[in-house]
Design a protein around this ligand. Structure first.
Ligand code: GRF
Length: 198
């Protein structure tokens, strides 16, 4: 399974995916890393791992730019790891059920930006992270895996987000591996995981 990872930020989830690949635990190869942010730590991490690190410069038609770049790499799977721009309907349609995202809440609670801060403000005692397939909405696609994370007294958005991210770093490589090794079936909104070797 050939993958492209798209990331805008520090890239700690990208790092977890790179480490899993190096350890033979990803079920496929990361062909390239794309970013929309020149200073993204993710680009640095990609280069350090010897992967093509590509900055997308959306001059005009953003969807076209993404589609053209993806076409160069021919991925079986597109893995969003903290990618902060929305992919338009043309991209979603071209890679239907082949784009994964990770989100720092137990969806459908707290979709969109600042999920850890909003979870704290709401006063929830348990939050977590969700790996889901990407559809046309914002964090609305079929859910593949979730993991719970406790909220602690005294948490601020940063401490809570960091606790969630530590869990993300285990959940995302495991989720990618399931898809990459063909163990995932979509049945409408419900995602079935087929039995097999872990
Ligand atoms: C993660 O918490 C992910 O859930 C969200 O963006 C964050 C990216 O962090 N979509 P990093 O760049 O992987 O460190």
């Amino acid at each position: 399974c050939r993958m492209v990872v798209m990331a805008s930020g520090a890239g700690t989830n990208l790092q977890a995916l790179l480490d899993a690949e190096a350890a033979g635990r990803l079920g496929g190869q990361i062909a390239a890393v794309l970013s929309d942010r020149p200073g993204a730590g993710a680009l640095e991490r990609a280069r350090a791992a010897g992967k093509p690190a590509i900055l997308l410069r959306p001059a005009g038609d953003w969807d076209r730019a993404v589609l053209d770049e993806l076409a160069r790499w021919q991925p079986d799977l597109v893995v969003l790891a903290g990618f902060m721009r929305l992919l338009g309907p043309a991209v979603v349609a071209a890679y239907r059920n082949r784009i994964l995202n990770i989100h720092p809440s137990l969806l459908p609670a707290f979709p969109g930006k600042d999920a850890p801060r909003r979870a704290l403000e709401h006063g929830v005692k348990v939050t977590g992270c969700t790996v889901h397939f990407v559809d046309e909405g914002v964090d609305t696609g079929p859910i593949l895996l979730q993991a719970a994370v406790p909220v602690r007294d005294g948490d601020d958005p940063q401490t809570l987000h960091r606790r969630i991210q530590r869990v993300e770093h285990r959940l995302y490589p495991a989720a990618v591996r399931l898809v990459a090794t063909g163990r995932v079936r979509l049945e409408g909104r419900r995602v079935r995981i087929l039995k097999g070797p872990s």
